[in-house]
Design a protein around this ligand. Structure first.
Ligand SMILES: Nc1nc2c(ncn2[C@@H]2O[C@H](COP(=O)(O)OP(=O)(O)OP(=O)(O)O)[C@@H](O)[C@H]2O)c(=O)[nH]1
Ligand SMILES: [Mg+2]
Length: 424
């Protein structure tokens, strides 16, 4: 089964916590603070590959968490940064926000792109020493990151897309004009997932996509047609292959219009793309008859027909010239517009800070934008909401941080100025 749409979870690494530690020297009873900063969490990086053709790697692997940064250490040593997690995807993969369906990123160029940034490490206590506070007993926690659920959707990037009924010779043509080695056989639906090949001639080249055969009703899902048509949504030129040999007992003119109808039903935009027609299997006797029928119907409509035989290679070179000629005048499609999701996510994360301090009276205070945002999400009158509140405190590492800070069971603390009893 073709896998070209998957839902996965991604999360950049948390920042490591800053350390609380003091110098220990011979004869020096109370050395200065020397707790180092925590390391930055690893990023989530997507890398496009032109050799990957499906998203099947994601069928069973759906959770991608980059490494957390290490905690800071004593002697002013920084914690190690978490390793980035590089996720390889086929060229042409679109990332959508699973919650809103918004376009997060359109990975339509070869290379790497950071999608989620790792959390910054917390600051060690060494950083908090000043003239009046010589022995700070606190450090800041690393920045926690948020897990995001995204949908990966593959929309192949190709200049020319081969469409047509099953067994008309699409894959055979691709194998003859490029280095691609698609499966070829006389039965229908030999091709089960799109194949890409680079076609080069003289100093020019373009990418050709071979998709599985279409049948009537493809636009409504017959033969998985819908999935396949997605792959040619972004091709610049449609190369419509019609078997004119009559060897399957079908009428080439009817075939042509039936496929046109499916393209139109799928999307008007797709149907509006420039198209050229290839009359295939010209080496077979009787194909001349089919070619004439097709010419008679299509030439008055201004449609160009290229007769070829992938077996004898007759007409193939002229077809490549013809495709290159058409592509000269068709602009490269713009990538999908990214809808500001990455900025929103980053913003959200950047604002997530909190600090634990102990004031002159000994009271522990927890403040910061993270606390604000948690309070925004709870209703103190509602027990369910308060359970959620506790869970959030645990998830964001605040309980742990308080415990490490030295808060004892039953001790009263203030969060955002509100009194709470710290109960483990
Ligand atoms: N005689 C002749 N046979 C051809 C030619 N091109 C393809 N064939 C044969 O037609 C059959 C189908 O070819 P494929 O290339 O697999 O067809 P397809 O359009 O990719 O088919 P699906 O992947 O099933 O949609 C194979 O048996 C090929 O050998 C040609 O130019 N001449
Ligand atoms: Mg095929």
């Amino acid at each position: 089964m073709l896998v070209d749409r998957v839902k996965i979870k991604i999360k950049a690494g948390n920042g490591g916590a800053g350390a609380v530690s003091f110098r220990r020297e011979k004869y020096v009873p109370n050395g200065g603070p020397n707790g180092g900063d925590g390391g930055k969490g690893g990023d989530i990086v997507f890398e496009t590959s032109k050799d990957m053709r499906t998203l099947s790697d994601f069928r069973f692997h759906k959770k991608f968490h980059a490494q957390d940064g290490e905690k800071g250490k004593d002697q002013n040593k920084f914690g190690k940064a978490g390793e980035d997690l590089v996720i390889k995807v086929p060229l042409g993969t679109v990332i959508l926000d699973a919650e809103t369906g918004k376009v997060v990123a359109d990975l339509n160029v070869l290379g790497q792109r950071i999608i989620l940034k790792g959390g910054n490490g917390g600051k060690g206590n060494a950083r908090f020493a000043n003239a009046t506070r010589q022995a700070p007993r606190f450090a800041t926690p690393g920045r926690k990151t948020v897990e995001r659920e995204v949908i990966l959707e593959l929309k192949s990037i190709a200049d020319a897309g081969l469409v047509g009924y099953p067994s008309v010779g699409k894959s055979t043509l691709l194998s003859v004009v490029s280095a691609a080695k698609p499966k070829i056989a006389e039965y229908h639906f030999t091709t089960l997932s799109p194949n890409l090949g680079v076609v080069s001639k003289n100093d020019n080249s373009f990418i050709m996509a071979d998709i599985p055969g279409l049948i009537e009703g493809a636009s409504e899902g017959a033969g998985l047609g819908h999935y396949f048509l997605r792959h040619i949504e972004r091709t610049r030129l449609i190369v419509h292959i019609v078997d004119v040999s009559g060897m399957e007992g079908r009428d080439p003119v009817e075939d042509y219009f039936a496929i046109r109808k499916e393209l139109e039903n799928y999307s008007h935009e797709l149907a509006m793309k420039k198209e050229i027609v290839v009359a295939a299997k010209m080496d077979i006797p009787d194909s001349e008859v089919g070619l004439e029928m097709l010419k008679e119907e299509l030439e008055p409509l201004g449609i160009k027909i290229f007769p070829i035989s992938a077996v004898t290679k007759e007409g193939v070179s002229e077809l490549i010239d013809g495709i290159m000629d058409e592509l000269k005048d068709i602009p490269v499609p713009e990538p999908l517009e990214e809808e500001g999701v990455l900025e929103e996510w980053q913003d959200y994360q950047d604002n997530f800070t909190y600090e634990i301090t102990r004031d002159e009276t000994g009271m522990v205070n927890v403040d910061g934008t993270l606390i604000d945002s948690i309070f925004e999400r709870i209703d103190p009158e509602d027990p369910d909401s308060m359970r959620h509140f506790e869970k959030l405190l645990i998830d964001y590492g605040i309980i742990d941080a308080l415990r490490k800070f030295g808060v004892k069971d039953g001790e009263e603390i203030r969060m955002d100025g509100e009194p709470f009893d710290f109960v483990d």
